[in-house]
Design a protein around this ligand. Structure first.
Ligand code: UD1
Ligand code: CA
Length: 467
């Protein structure tokens, strides 16, 4: 049966105290609501209807790459009223899954389970038992009639006895399209909050003699909604810890599972080792036996087998073949492409450059818009001068070149195979193969030089004396 999904995301999220709509706040660098959209896509829903209200422009911009039916709820008159705004997109014969837009950790497995329960009944509810159910809608069951679900009572409308109930409504449910529309038509806002409660549908279903069944999530935090920044941070940590556990099950050595952040996807080979405070963003692939030192940031990059990334290195949109050595304190910017065994040392920045097999840039250099061949040694403090203020130019350094320390290579320039650049040179013309190029001021040694004499220090003025 086709499944349509309605995500309720019109609430303002006042308690976030933010200009950004609540559901756009990032968890693991992805908007809260986008976690839900991606999960829904994984269960093959035929349409996703997003009920929105606040921050329409920001929402549409942030979610423009998703195919959604946009359902405006101009005034937030309750969850039932929110679902009404999506009605026109719902077919009578479809199953309709209603989700809240602020519970980002809901899993595809749990949603599948909920949809499966609906196959056996008329209305499937996702519920959970909480030690502290304060504020939540309570699941009211009939002790005399096989413990069947009879209604959901909102906390504010509940009797003292009902408030003792620990089983609560997560806000997520599945029912038939025709039933949903019929019940929505009968909703009223005659309750403690003067809202159209979606939860009133449950009593309507029970009154019609429909069967109502509950499903539970595998993990209670999946259904936790976010209302403030403390809850956002708490769910972020829970999410990250889960990812760390998954990685450890895959065989990764993680120094401290509480100190790793994966904000995207991380694919790993065998025997990978990750030290504390590593941050992975976007799509990162680590080959076999890769080691990541403390405090590294890796974003959208591919790291080959047996590479060693040392402390405080930043790598973005770079590709490393096997056995490269990076850092500590190295920065590989977009377009860095390193061949096998390349070495990029401390305080070296590489951008849009290929570094050949076994080549070394060990200290304090900038290599940008460059092609560096195999077996090249770039001395400390070498700069490729790639930019004239308007245009970028390329530096080519062929196999086996030796660049002496503190050299500037003013692009466009080519240093041919096996050439040597004397230390401290400013190279503006190309150098032929196997030649030595030196371009620096000639040294003069002057005999009998008189060193400047220090003046006798002035007396400290009286007024500063006892300071
Ligand atoms: C609702 C449920 C409650 C349940 C709780 C779980 C109702 C009446 N109550 O409570 O039983 O325990 O969720 O978190 O359904 N929203 C709109 N438009 C509105 C109102 C809400 O889009 O007019 C959206 C919110 O943005 C949010 C979701 O619906 O994503 C839930 O709304 P919220 O106000 O947080 O839920 P409660 O009313 O507290
Ligand atoms: Ca409310």
């Amino acid at each position: 049966m086709a499944l349509s999904v309605i995500i309720l995301a019109a609430g303002k999220g006042t308690r976030m105290k933010s200009d950004l709509p609540k559901v756009l706040h990032p968890l693991a660098n992805k908007p809260i609501v986008e976690h839900i959209i991606d999960t829904v896509k994984a269960i093959d829903a035929q349409s996703i209807n997003l009920v929105y209200g606040h921050g329409a422009d920001l929402l549409k911009q942030a979610l423009s790459h998703h195919e959604l039916n946009w359902c405006l709820q101009a005034e937030q008159l309750g969850t039932g009223h929110a679902v009404m705004q999506a009605q026109e997109h719902i077919n009578d014969e479809d199953d309709v899954m209603i989700l809240v837009g602020d519970a980002p950790l809901i899993s595809a497995e749990t949603l599948k389970k909920l949809a499966t329960v609906k196959q056996e009944c008329d209305l499937a509810l996702l519920t959970v038992d909480l030690d502290d159910p304060n504020g939540m809608g309570r699941i009211v069951r009939d002790a005399n009639e096989g413990y069947n679900i009879k209604a959901i009572v909102e906390h504010k409308d509940a009797t003292q006895a009902q408030r003792e109930i620990k089983e609560i409504n997560t806000g997520m449910m599945v029912m038939g399209g025709a039933d949903l529309k019929r019940w929505l038509g009968n909703l009223s806002s005659d309750n403690a909050q003067n809202e159209y409660y979606l939860t009133d549908l449950i009593a309507m279903a029970a009154a019609e003699g429909k069967s109502i069944q509950a499903a539970q999530p595998d993990w209670a935090r999946e259904v936790e909604g976010i209302n403030n920044r403390a809850q956002l941070a708490s769910l972020e940590r829970a999410y990250q810890l889960r990812q760390a556990q998954t990685l450890m099950h895959e065989g990764v050595h993680i120094a401290d599972p509480a100190r790793i952040d994966v904000r995207g996807s991380l694919k790993v080979g065998k025997d990978v080792s990750i030290d504390v405070n590593a941050v992975f963003e976007g799509d990162v692939i680590l080959g076999n036996k890769v080691t990541i030192g403390p405090n590294c940031v890796l974003k959208n990059c591919v790291i080959g087998d047996e590479c060693k990334i040392e402390a405080f290195s930043h790598i973005e949109q770079a590709k490393l073949a096997s056995q490269c050595n990076i850092g500590p304190y190295a920065r590989l910017r977009p377009g860095s492409d390193l061949s096998e065994g390349a070495k990029i040392g401390n305080f070296v920045e590489v951008k849009k450059a290929t570094i050949g097999k076994g080549s070394k840039v060990n200290h304090l250099s900038y290599i940008g818009d460059a092609e560096v061949g195999e077996g090249v040694n770039i001395g400390a403090g070498t700069i490729t001068c790639n930019y004239d203020g308007v245009n970028k130019f390329k530096t080519q350094i062929h196999d086996g070149v030796f660049v002496g320390s503190n050299s500037s290579l003013v692009a466009p320039v080519t240093i041919e195979k096996g050439a040597t650049i004397g230390a401290g040179s400013t190279i503006t013309k190309s150098v032929d193969a196997e030649h030595l190029a030196i371009a620096r001021g000639k040294q003069r040694n002057i005999a009998g030089w008189q060193k400047p004499q220090k003046k006798t220090p002035e007396k400290t003025p009286e007024r500063n004396k006892n300071k």
